[in-house]
Design a protein. Sequence first.
Lengths: 294, 311
Amino acid sequence: MNAALPFSTTDVTRTNRRRESIVRALLGIVTALLVLPLLAILALLVKHGAPALTLDFLLSSPAAGMTAGGIFPAIVGTLWLVGVSLAIAAPIGVLAAIYLNEYAGDHWGTRIVNLAIVNLAGVPSIVHALFGVGAFVLFLHLGTSILSASLTLAIMTLPVIIASTKEALAAVPMSFRQACWVLGASRWQTIRYVVLPNSIQGILTGVILQVSRAAGETAPVMFTGAAFYLPFLPQSVNDQCMALSMHLFTLSTQVPGVPEALPYATALVLVGLVMSVNLTSILLRSYLRSRRRW
Amino acid sequence: MGSDREHAGGTHDLGRSRTAVAAERVIEAVIRICGFSAIFFVFSIFLFVLLSGSDFIIHRLDIREFLLSPEWVPTSVSNKRYGTMALTLGTFSVTGLAMLIAVPFGLGAAVFVSEFTDGRTKEVLKVVIELLAAIPSVVWGFIGLVIMNPLIIAMFDAPIGLNVLNGGILLGLMSVPIIVSIGEDAIKAVPDSYREASMAMGATRWQTVVHVLLPAARSGLLAAVLLGVGRAIGETIAVLMATGHAVQIPHSPLDSVRTLTATIASELGETARGSDHYQALFTIGILLFALTFVVNLSADLIVRGVRGEQR
C-alpha cells in the first residue's frame, strides 16, 4: 500500500468502488426479480388464454354447466358494479378530500378523520364483505343485489379516492387561492372556480385508477351481490349480477371439468381490463404532471 | 396547515343574493359531512360486524377457547368447537413467510429505485411496481392454483402444492408494491443535505445508504413494513385459493393451512343466517378488524412521529 497521497486512488477507495458496483448489481437483480413475476404472469395468461379469447367468448353466456361458452354476463356485471360504486364513492370521496384539503384546520378532529381514513384503507376485504352483508343486505333490506355489492365496494375504495383527490388538490399552488380570496371571493367560490378547474384532470385520473381496482375485487362482492351463475342480465341495481373476478374464482375452484383455456381467458380479460385502465391513468397522470405550468 | 390557509371570511357575503349565500352554506355543510364520513364508516363497520355476532359473543363465546383452542369444528352435530388458534397461526405463518420475502425485496427495491436510478429508469420501475399492485387478488390465487401448485409439488416432492409456501410467496409478491412505494417515499424524504454531508466525507453511495439514509428513514421504513403486514393479514381470495383449506397448526412451510380470512370466505355462504356458526364467523371478523386496526394504527403513529421529529 503506497503512502496515501490526497486524492490518489488507494486500496480502500478501490475496494469501495468494487463493493459499490456489486451492491448496485445486487439491488438491480432484486428489483428485476420483482418485475419478472409481472411479465411472467402476463406472458402465461396470454399464452394459455389468448387462443380461447374470441369475440364469441366475449359476447356469449356460459354454457354446459360453465364448462363452455363465454363470459358476457360477467363483463356486464363487472361494469355495473364498477359504475354504481363509482357513482357512490366518487362524490363522497371528492367532497371529503375538498374538506380535508381546503377547509379543515390542523386540530384533533382532522387528525381523527385522517386516522379513520388510514384504518378504513386497512380493513380486510372480507371484513368489508361482512359489513356489506350485515348493513346493506340485511339491515337496509337491499338483499343480495348490485346496489349492496356496489355500496360495499364504494366504502372500500373511498380511502384511496380521498387520498388521490387530496394529492390533486394539494398540487394547486396556495397563491392561486390567495389571489382569488383577495378579490373578495368566498372559500367555496374559490374552490368552484379556481381550485377544481385546475385539479379536475388529476382528480379524475385518480378516481379512474382506484375504481379500476374495484373491478378486480372478489371477496366484497361474493356475498353481497355477485352470483355464481345467472341465466339473464341484470335489469336494475336491485338484481344480482355475475362478475369477472367471481367468475374466475368459480371456474378455478368450484366447477369440475372446466377446460383449461376458459379460466385463463377469463383471467386475461380481467387483468387486461384492470391493467389497461391502470396504465391509461398512470400515463395520463405523468402527462398532466409534465404539462403543469406552475 | 399554516396561517396562509386562513380565509378572512365575512366580507364575501356583501353584495350577493341571500339564496347564493344560503346555497353556499348548504354546499359547505355537505362537504363537512362527507369530510367526516370516514369516521362514520369505520364505526359502522365495527358496529355492524360486532352486532351481527353479538348473540354468540354474549351467550356462547368462551374467549379462552376462541383464542387458544386449535379446534375449529363448527359443523359437528354433537361437539361444535369454535377455536381459532389454528386459523390465527395459519394467518401468521403465511404472513410471516410473505414478509421474509417482501421485506428484503421491497426495501432493496425501494433503495435501488430511490438512490441508484434516475430519470426514465426510475419512472418505468415505479410504473411496473404500480402495475404489480394492480393484479387482482383472484388472479394471484389462480396463479397459485395452476402454476405454483404443480411447481411446488415437483420441486419439493410434496403431496400437495397448496400450502404455506405457496400462499406466502403470493402474499409476498402482493405486499411488495406497498412496501416499495411507502419505503421509497420514506428514503426520499431524508433531506439531501444528509446525502451531501455523507458524500463530502468520502462515503460511497452504498455507505451513505447504510450509515445515513436507512437510519434516518428507519421509522418510515418500519411503517412501510407494517402496512405490508396489514395487507398480508387481510388478504382473502388469494390465500383461500392457494393455501389448501386444512385447519391445522402448520409445522413446515409445506403444510396446508387455513387463514382467518379464508375461513370466513369459504364458510359464510354455507351457514344459516343467525346460527352460532354464522355469528362465530362475524366474531372472527372482529378479531381481524382488531388485528389490522392495531397494525395500521401503529404504522400511522410511527409515520406521524417521524413528521413531528422533522418539524
